[in-house]
Design a protein around this ligand. Structure first.
Ligand code: AMP
Length: 215
């Protein structure tokens, strides 16, 4: 069992690669972004509180996301291992994750840094959409649906764009990444857990680099 963090700016391909690991290696994806979007869609009190923060591209509080991860980690074991996707995003979250893993008797095996450049991120983010039913991800030019408006995987026509996938919000999300999240690169490098890969390569090439690390 291997537990990994996928680290990288918005649009680096973390979600795409996490889905592949789930399908191919039976790992469990823990995406705080997905959990927060679910909370928002369900109309819960917490969901209402985070909605505006997310739409501005800012980070929600450490307390909220740590609570979400704690709930998942303590409510079941993953035989294939966990993929932390979009978490941790601050040094405080990284410390909290270490404590949580200790508490449940798990360890972190690797932190995969997906390197991409900012220009690629804008076109990746502004062109992407997802099937609202099965979660498959698409992109206007890089990976369009075979039939316009219909999901290749499940046939649904419920294709959606994220509210925060616009150029202006992306600028704020990138700022948050450089300010709060990129220090984690040094943090995990110092712990000898960082493995950096080229996130600009083709999806399958990136997947192969990650497979080498996951084993
Ligand atoms: P993502 O789907 O990972 O791009 O996350 C979408 C948005 O959810 C982010 O822009 C933040 O507002 C919020 N979010 C997701 N994960 C975290 C986290 N670990 N810490 C703080 N905010 C988060």
């Amino acid at each position: 069992m291997t537990n990994i963090i996928l680290l990288g700016p918005p649009g680096a391909g973390k979600g795409t690669q996490a889905r592949k690991l789930v399908d191919e290696k039976g790992m469990i994806q823990l995406s705080t972004g997905d959990m927060l979007r679910e909370a928002k869609a369900s109309g819960s009190e917490m969901g209402k509180r985070v909605a505006a923060v997310m739409e501005r591209g800012e980070l929600v509080t450490d307390e909220i996301v740590i609570g979400l991860i704690e709930e998942k980690l303590t409510s079941g074991a993953a035989s294939g291992g966990f993929i932390f996707d979009g978490f941790p995003r601050t040094l405080a979250q990284a410390d909290a994750l270490r404590e949580l893993l200790d508490r449940v008797g798990l360890s972190l095996d690797a932190v995969v840094e997906m390197r991409v450049d900012d220009e690629a991120l804008v076109s990746r983010i502004t062109g992407r959409y997802t099937c609202g039913d099965c979660g498959e991800g698409y992109h206007e030019t890089a990976k369009p649906t075979a039939k316009e408006g219909v999901c290749d995987v499940c046939g649904s026509t419920n294709l959606k764009r994220r509210a925060d996938d616009n150029e202006e919000t992306l600028r704020q999300r990138l700022m948050e990444y450089y300010k709060n999240t990129s220090p984690l690169i040094g943090y995990y490098y110092a712990k000898d857990q960082l493995r950096s890969i080229d996130g600009l390569a083709e999806i399958d090439t990136v997947a192969a680099s990650i497979a080498e690390i996951v084993g």
